[in-house]
Design a protein around this ligand. Structure first.
Ligand SMILES: Nc1nc2c(c(=O)[nH]1)N[C@H]1C(S)=C(S)[C@@H](COP(=O)(O)OP(=O)(O)OC[C@H]3O[C@@H](n4cnc5c(=O)[nH]c(N)nc54)[C@H](O)[C@@H]3O)O[C@H]1N2
Ligand SMILES: Nc1nc2c(c(=O)[nH]1)N[C@H]1C(S)=C(S)[C@@H](COP(=O)(O)OP(=O)(O)OC[C@H]3O[C@@H](n4cnc5c(=O)[nH]c(N)nc54)[C@H](O)[C@@H]3O)O[C@H]1N2
Ligand SMILES: [Mo]
Length: 723
């Protein structure tokens, strides 16, 4: 709830009547006030000149951006333009719906996003298992009897691939009703502290850990597929794959003794219901896809997939895909093209972010010479940011759609700023696909945007129109054209609530105002709970959602199988050939010599990736960008609490203050990511006082999860010495 006076934010509070958040509010939401009032936040387009940054009018800026991108394309060809979309794109209705407009208009295969430094392995494994990248099972936290959390810290992150406010309360409730919470993490995290049991694990070995559970299920006769039985293919292959990964075989490498591994397997199998949940720690590592896949293999083999208290699929109120029977049996959107230099596979139309710098640096046909970033800060958030920064500087042209002059956007020729989160409407279109209940809430803009300010979607449409040759970037005409096409594809399909609806009738009811609201209305009304474009019927529409100020609770998750499966066989494909082929790489890792010291990350409650460190309410208090070291390692390395350490990897070196604590396991050190605001040319006054260091200057873009191309941001070999 945001209280305002004119354009001034007075307060931001939780909403007690919101059925989902129950009044809980994350510190990042309080900080929206700081963000709104931040004098460093850009409000007008700025152009880089020899003497610094110059404000220019919008029309001039948009024309200049489009002209320069077209110039690069004319000179160097269609593949010379690239785009990088950052994480806030997934939280903003405008970018979620209109990002693709600019992507298409650029017309190049050089598309990158934060997905490949995040959940890409999970999307690939979901595609292989269930046939659709957004079919990611969500732990039914409010009803489960046993929750196994691997490489996630939901008490700090609020979930992520399980969207849920007030996680601490929900986890305490789980234990209060007699359930068990087990956390597998190299650090005794905030979530681990609330758990019944914390199990330390060597970074990067989760696939081995999970295979040991699967091995035990087979060996000890613990398989219970229940109603899933006729829906699953490939069980015998999984049995044979698991053979080499007995608890005894993996224990040393994983750092967990065999009896504990067996006990956890038996507990999961015996629990009345159980959910296995893996997140960043299981994705951004060397065996990210295998670990992500195995999380769901555990859920399937114990009969916990798609049942109350297990891992379930949401039924979102607005979605492009669900309930659409015509989308079945598509081929896997994987490897249809490869990156030019390293031949990494495309997935879902994107290439891995680890390839961005080399694609800019390496001469030849198809070299990237022009770049658009949208709400992304890859210099701080992707591996070897120092090298990427040099590469960005060598581009012929770069435009950033962003609200700050930061580590990445400082390299742009032009920055196009957007309205702030409080100045535009919102609906969490993507995140609701991963919510632990079926919910829907629409938030109107809390504050009138400043006169002349532009929303993300307006900028994306305008650039898209100009690049496609629409006169003067007429966004109304362009949007009408795109929208009409969308409507005609969305309605009139057999077996959906809109089977009887014509495109003309739907269009008429959806109005003529361009922008994300009418697209949302289309998705809601044609969706699973929609009114089917008939106002007389019960059912959702944007109008009804607007009236429900506190949001609408559509109930707990419901079983959805086999209806939502979209694999070629129509079954859960437990042993996809690409997965099977990658298991050998994992098996070979068992023979490696023990690693030395490795680095992992650390998310913090009052921090949001790289871009909220200019909010005074978030950065106050003691220095947080510190290297966490176990006391035995500190003693061995000569490090003291409060002293300084130099951390070096194959690609880089940084210095950070040291915190000695046994919350981290021996042999592992931890540095939070997203800091490092002391780079030249950054305009972040508050952050500059406490810049921290860029942890991703240590991450190595050559070390990846080879199946997905996802970055390895955890388990980076480092050496540490006192300074
Ligand atoms: N306050 C806050 N909330 C956020 C964000 C934020 O920056 N700040 N970011 C948001 C975003 S973009 C995302 S993607 C989500 C992420 O959500 P989470 O994944 O829940 O968040 P993390 O804290 O990164 O949790 C990863 C955990 O994995 C552990 N880990 C590291 N390496 C390994 C490993 O090899 N194996 C295992 N088992 N564990 C390992 C780390 O110690 C850490 O506790 O959070 C979202 N929420
Ligand atoms: N070592 C390590 N690295 C990590 C991670 C980790 O756990 N460890 N986590 C990874 C994860 S999960 C993620 S998601 C990525 C994030 O990686 P990125 O998405 O590349 O980076 P962010 O820090 O989210 O930067 C967001 C940018 O968007 C701008 N911005 C904010 N709001 C808006 C808006 O409404 N509109 C526009 N146009 N711009 C806006 C900000 O100014 C900032 O420049 O980082 C990854 N990097
Ligand atoms: Mo993320």
């Amino acid at each position: 709830m945001v209280e305002t006076e004119g354009r001034q934010v007075l307060s931001v509070r939780g909403d007690d009547q919101d059925p989902f958040s129950r009044g809980y509010i994350c510190p990042k939401a309080y900080a929206l006030k700081d963000l709104q009032n931040d004098p460093d936040r850009l409000r007008r387009p700025v152009r880089r000149t020899g003497e610094g940054w110059q404000e220019i009018p919008w029309d001039e800026a948009l024309a200049e951006a489009a002209d320069n991108l077209l110039r690069v394309r004319n000179r160097h060809g269609g593949e010379s333009l690239a785009i990088y979309l950052g994480n806030p794109c997934a939280h903003n209705l405008g970018t979620t719906l209109y990002g693709r407009v600019l992507i298409r208009a650029l017309g190049s295969h050089q598309r990158f996003s934060a997905t490949s430094v995040d959940q890409l392995p999970k999307m690939i494994s979901s595609c292989m298992l269930f046939g659709e990248q957004l079919l990611v099972p969500v732990p039914d936290v409010d009803r489960t009897a046993y929750l196994l959390v691997i490489g996630a810290n939901p008490v700090v992150s609020n979930g992520s691939l399980m969207t849920a406010p007030a996680m601490p309360k929900r986890l305490r409730a789980l234990r209060a009703r007699g359930g068990k919470l087990v956390v597998v993490d190299p650090r005794r995290t905030e979530t681990a502290r609330l758990a019944d049991e914390h199990v330390s694990i060597r970074p990067g070995t989760d696939a081995l850990f999970l295979f040991a559970l699967v091995h035990t299920f087979f060996e000890e006769g613990l398989l219970r597929l229940g109603r899933l039985e006729p829906m699953v293919e490939g069980i015998e292959e999984v049995r044979s794959l698991a053979r080499s990964f007995s608890p005894e075989a993996v224990a040393l490498r994983v750092g967990i003794d065999a009896p504990t591994l067996r006990r956890i397997a038996r507990e999961i199998a015996a629990a009345p219901s159980a959910a296995c949940y893996g997140r960043i720690g299981t994705c951004t590592q060397e065996f990210g896809t295998l670990a992500s896949w195995l999380v769901d293999v555990v859920n399937v083999l114990t009969g916990n997939l798609d049942r109350a208290g297990g891992a379930m699929f949401t039924t979102p109120a607005a979605s492009f895909k669900y309930g659409d029977p015509s989308r079945k049996s598509r081929s896997l959107p994987y490897g249809r093209w490869k990156s030019r230099v390293r031949e990494l596979p495309e997935f879902g139309g994107e290439l891995p972010a680890v390839a961005l710098a080399e694609e800019i640096e390496t001469p030849g046909e198809g070299r990237i010479r022009g770049l658009v970033t949208v709400a992304g800060n890859p210099v701080l958030s992707t591996p070897d940011g120092a090298r990427l920064a040099r590469a960005l500087e060598s581009l012929e042209y770069m435009v950033a759609i962003d609200i700050y002059l930061n580590e990445t956007t400082r390299h742009a020729n032009l920055i196009l700023p957007t309205t702030s989160p409080l100045e535009h409407e919102n609906y969490d279109l993507l995140l609701y696909n991963l919510a632990i209940r079926n919910v829907a809430k629409y938030s109107p803009a809390a504050i009138e945007p400043e006169p002349g300010a532009k929303h993300d979607w307006e900028i994306l449409l305008s650039l898209g129109a100009r690049l496609t040759g629409m006169p003067d970037g007429d966004i109304k005409a362009f949007d009408d054209q795109l929208f009409a096409k969308m409507v005609s594809q969305a309605v009139g399909r057999a077996e959906t609530p809109t089977a009887e609806v014509t495109a003309a009738a739907a269009l008429e009811r959806l109005g003529t105002k361009p922008g994300p609201a009418r697209v949302l209305d289309l998705l809601l009304r044609g969706g699973m709970y929609g009114d089917g474009f008939d106002e007389r019927r019960e059912g959702l529409s944007l109008k009804r959602l607007r009236e429900a100020e506190h949001g609408i609770d559509l109930g707990p998750l419901e079983p959805r199988l086999p209806g939502v499966l979209a694999t070629p066989s129509g079954k859960i494909e437990l042993a996809h050939e690409r997965i099977v082929a990658d298991v050998d790489r994992l098996r070979r890792s068992l023979d490696r010599p023990a690693d030395g010291l490795v680095l992992i990350g650390r998310r913090q409650l009052r921090s949001n990736n790289s871009w909220m460190h200019n909010a005074p309410s978030l950065v106050k208090g003691p220095e947080r960008c510190t290297l966490l070291v176990h006391p035995t390692d500190a003693a061995r390395l000569g490090l003291v609490d409060g002293g300084h350490a130099r951390i070096a990897s194959r690609v880089g070196e940084v210095e950070a203050p040291v915190t000695v604590s046994d919350e981290i396991m021996p042999g592992v050190v931890s540095l939070p990511h997203g800091w490092g605001h002391g780079l030249e040319g950054v305009r972040l006054g508050v952050a500059a006082a406490r810049p921290g260091v860029p942890s991703n200057f240590l991450a190595d873009p050559e070390v990846i999860d080879t199946l997905s191309g996802n970055a390895v941001l955890n388990g980076i070999p480092v050496t540490v010495a006192p300074v």
